[in-house]
Design a protein around this ligand. Structure first.
Ligand code: CA
Ligand code: CA
Ligand code: CA
Ligand code: CA
Length: 420
């Protein structure tokens, strides 16, 4: 109020030739505030005001001004809101006449109403939302809502600020119509996988004293683009499966993940081997990556398999991995005796240790399942001698009394040997 009163030391302009007086006062002065010492400024005294029944003549401004005949002053009758009176028009002034009788005289009075900064810049909405693809290119523009400030001149909107500025920069375009066009421009690529929602604040600031401002929240939802391929948890998986496992046995499960969302992260698994029988023996569940046995596997035929597996998302991005399956041997082969050579006739005088027959025992299984022992019936005149690698030789034990065929001398233990 005091500040306004000081401002109200109004600028006076008096043109005596034309009988015109001008005052300048700020808007929003309290009712009863002094506008001007009008009698003095017109060169009249208050007696003339009273005798002449001085009064204000106006078509539409009377409600704002009041004339005190006794004091010869002009007072504020109603608080004046410059924004309501003149909107954005400048200058804003009240025009009226002071009329006196006996003799009749009139004076033109102008009261110019100056703006005070009593309105902040405001946005129509508190919040605005955008949905922007993470694949939006740098330089993409997004038009923002403008703020409005009812004040004029320096008290009107002066500038905008956008924070934070990680991804977007503010750009003001001066349009032909003189209105500023507000845009935000993408200056750093978005990444939904890092930040799915971005909150910005647009602030509009005027140039008044004190400065006033208004804000609008900008919420950006970053839409997914298929910019991530599926990734397997391992480049190579290992599994073992016993030979002769039944069809339907689950051998292993491979897993890939995709950082995108929705169909962009929907993974389909497939086996890509083409040159071997893998696809006849193994099947993959295209949804969960489970690998199942669908054929017969024989350790003696193939000791391991390498399965090439692909994971694809619905956008066609892929990753691949290998699954190495080791086939475990089971004891499904009997030892086989091969007579490599034999003597049909042995001299009665044959010396001990004369080789009668060479034998090789073969078992297709491995390790424990493939270990063989070879022995002969007791109470015969022969000894079985072992050499390396399942080779044996049957030799005479002592001087032969009779010639015997080697037939039926050998016994063939079934496997596993412990069971015989
Ligand atoms: Ca104002
Ligand atoms: Ca303002
Ligand atoms: Ca993807
Ligand atoms: Ca994505």
């Amino acid at each position: 109020m005091d500040r306004r009163m000081l401002l109200c030391v109004a600028l006076l302009f008096f043109d005596s030739a034309n009988g015109q007086v001008s005052y300048t006062m700020p808007e929003e002065m309290d009712k009863g505030s002094l506008v001007g010492d009008i009698a003095h400024d017109l060169g009249l005294d208050t007696k003339r005001f009273i005798s002449g029944k001085a009064r204000i003549y106006t078509r539409n401004s009377e409600e704002y001004m009041e004339l005190s005949r006794d004091r010869g002053v002009l007072l504020v009758k109603e608080r004046i809101d410059r924004e309501a009176l003149c909107k954005q028009t400048t200058p804003c002034a009240l025009h009226f006449q002071i009329i006196l009788e006996n003799p009749m005289e009139f004076y033109s009075i102008t009261v110019q109403i100056t703006d005070i900064n009593d309105n902040p810049p405001t946005f129509e909405r508190e919040k605005t939302e955008f949905k922007i693809s993470e694949s939006a290119v740098i330089g993409s523009k997004f038009v923002l809502e403008k703020a409005a400030d009812l004040d004029v001149g320096i008290n009107d909107l002066q500038k905008y600020e956008l924070k934070p500025t990680d991804n977007f920069a503010l750009k003001l375009q001066n349009n032909a119509d003189g209105l500023k066009h507000v845009e935000m421009v993408l200056q750093k690529a978005l990444d939904r996988e890092k930040q799915e929602q971005i909150n910005l604040v647009l602030t509009a600031v005027d140039g008044g004293e004190p400065q006033m401002s208004g804000t609008m929240q900008i919420v950006i939802t970053v839409l997914d683009a298929n910019d991530n391929a599926p990734v397997f948890t391992q480049k190579q998986y290992k599994a073992t499966v016993a030979e002769n496992s039944p069809k339907g046995t689950v051998v292993a499960t491979v897993t890939a993940s995709d950082a995108d969302e929705g169909v962009n992260s929907k993974i389909t698994y497939s086996i890509t081997n083409t040159l071997d029988d893998v696809r006849k023996l193994f099947m993959i569940n295209n949804r969960n990556g489970e690998i199942t046995l669908i054929g017969n596997i024989d350790f003696e035929e193939s000791r391991n398999f390498q399965i090439d597996i692909r994971a694809s998302d619905d956008g066609g991005l892929t990753d691949s991995c290998k699954l190495i399956i080791d086939v475990q041997d089971v004891n499904d082969n009997k030892p086989e005796i091969n007579i490599m050579s034999k003597s049909n006739v042995i001299s009665e005088n044959a010396e001990p240790n004369t080789v009668v027959t060479m034998i090789h025992i073969e078992d297709k299984d491995i390790e424990e399942n493939g270990k063989v022992q070879c022995f002969i019936n007791e109470k015969v005149e022969f000894t079985l001698k072992s050499s390396t690698n399942n080779f044996y030789s049957l030799v005479t034990d002592r001087t032969m009394q009779r010639i015997q065929s080697d037939k039926n001398l050998l016994e063939q233990p079934d496997s596993p040997l412990e069971s015989t």
